[in-house]
Design a protein around this ligand. Structure first.
Ligand SMILES: Cc1cc2nc3c(=O)[nH]c(=O)nc-3n(C[C@H](O)[C@H](O)[C@H](O)COP(=O)(O)OP(=O)(O)OC[C@H]3O[C@@H](n4cnc5c(N)ncnc54)[C@H](O)[C@@H]3O)c2cc1C
Length: 311
């Protein structure tokens, strides 16, 4: 199927069928990524709900590349853009409730802060760390996001996934290879997270609320939250901190175009105003190379970089 036919597909899929979501074309991904930089996606579909997502997946032609995106807080889309369709899961899939067994059921579009506050309201502890991660549950499951000694998958009982045939699976942690900022399905299937059941501990909600406040203050004090960024750019190498190595190499403040290694937190790259995705990617590569030359340690990016470079 060529581009014109695909364009026609996404128009007619909405006109002629039961789909209830929102489709758009030529979508500037800088509006959907926290770096506020990058190229255009050919198509975007934001489902109305889970049923609608499944109906959409069943109607997508084979071969159409699909990318799930939540809050875009760990994502760089190159300036040449993204061929295919973005499944926009933030602003939808927002189901969140307590199950009878005390576990929390949350859909993939639920933001971390909402999850943390929901748990505290229900006198559950262990979800506080989610408050400072500006991602959706889907993105946090994909990244095994974590901080201050806690990780997303430590809390997972089961996940519900969807595939491009519009089929639903319920999977347990045993189905995945799980590590530091790493999650991979053992069978090589293309699946996305639709929801998860999470387990927390019963406790006084007031203590959890105090912890949430303290964690937010800690972030404000240590992170450059006034400029667009994507959190930590590199994974920490075993036994060390990427920020420490970058700082030691004298890279704080280093700038390429509109991208700058933050003066406040060396593992953050900020967009000072008009950074292109190429500025950011070039700075990532430069930092990686200088750290490798000066310390012998190869830093691995935590952020996901997708799409095509401008030619
Ligand atoms: C200020 C700031 C602070 C941060 N602090 C932390 C931190 O403390 N700890 C931490 O771990 N991260 C942190 N991050 C990074 C980021 O918030 C996390 O990686 C988060 O999990 C990304 O979620 P998202 O919804 O924004 O995912 P996106 O950025 O939209 O996507 C990230 C990846 O997940 C995939 N994905 C998204 N949704 C799904 C889905 N439903 N199913 C399958 N795959 C999916 C995408 O395809 C992509 O590969 C921070 C970012 C910022 C900007």
């Amino acid at each position: 199927m060529n581009m014109t036919e695909l364009q026609h597909f996404s128009d007619s899929a909405l006109r002629g069928t039961q789909l209830r979501g929102t489709a758009s074309h030529d979508v500037p991904m800088r509006k959907y990524t926290s770096w506020r930089a990058g190229g255009t996606a050919d198509r975007m579909y934001q489902p109305a709900d889970m049923e609608d997502l499944l109906a959409f997946l069943r109607s997508v032609p084979d071969g159409e590349p699909l990318y799930a995106v939540g809050l875009g807080s760990n994502l760089l889309v190159r300036d040449g853009g993204l061929r295919g369709t973005v499944l926009m899961l933030h602003g939808t899939l927002s189901g969140l409730h307590l199950e009878l067994d005390g576990s929390v059921y949350a859909e993939a579009g639920v933001p971390g802060a909402k999850l943390a506050r929901f748990a505290a309201t229900h006198n559950l502890c262990g979800a506080e760390f989610f408050v400072g991660i500006p991602g959706t549950l889907g993105g946090m499951l994909a990244m095994n996001a974590g901080c201050y000694g806690s990780e997303t998958w430590e809390r997972v009982l089961r996940v519900q996934t969807v595939n491009r045939k519009g089929e639903v699976h319920v999977r347990t942690t045993a189905d995945y290879e799980i590590g530091y900022r790493h999650v991979a399905l053992r069978e090589a299937n293309e699946e996305w997270f639709g929801a998860a059941w999470l387990q927390f501990t019963k406790r006084d909600g007031e203590a959890a609320r105090q912890e949430i406040k303290a964690l937010l203050n800690k972030r404000i004090a240590t992170q450059p939250l006034n400029l667009p960024n994507a959190g930590s750019v590199f994974r920490n190498p075993p036994g060390d901190h990427a920020a420490r190595l970058i700082q030691e190499c004298g890279l704080k403040g280093k700038q390429i175009g509109g991208a700058q290694v933050s003066e406040k937190h060396a593992n953050f790259i900020v967009n000072t105003g008009a950074a292109t995705a190429a500025d950011i990617e070039n700075l990532i590569n430069e930092v990686q190379e200088v750290v490798r030359q000066k310390t012998g340690i190869k830093l691995h990016p935590e952020v996901r970089i997708i799409g095509k470079k401008l030619v």
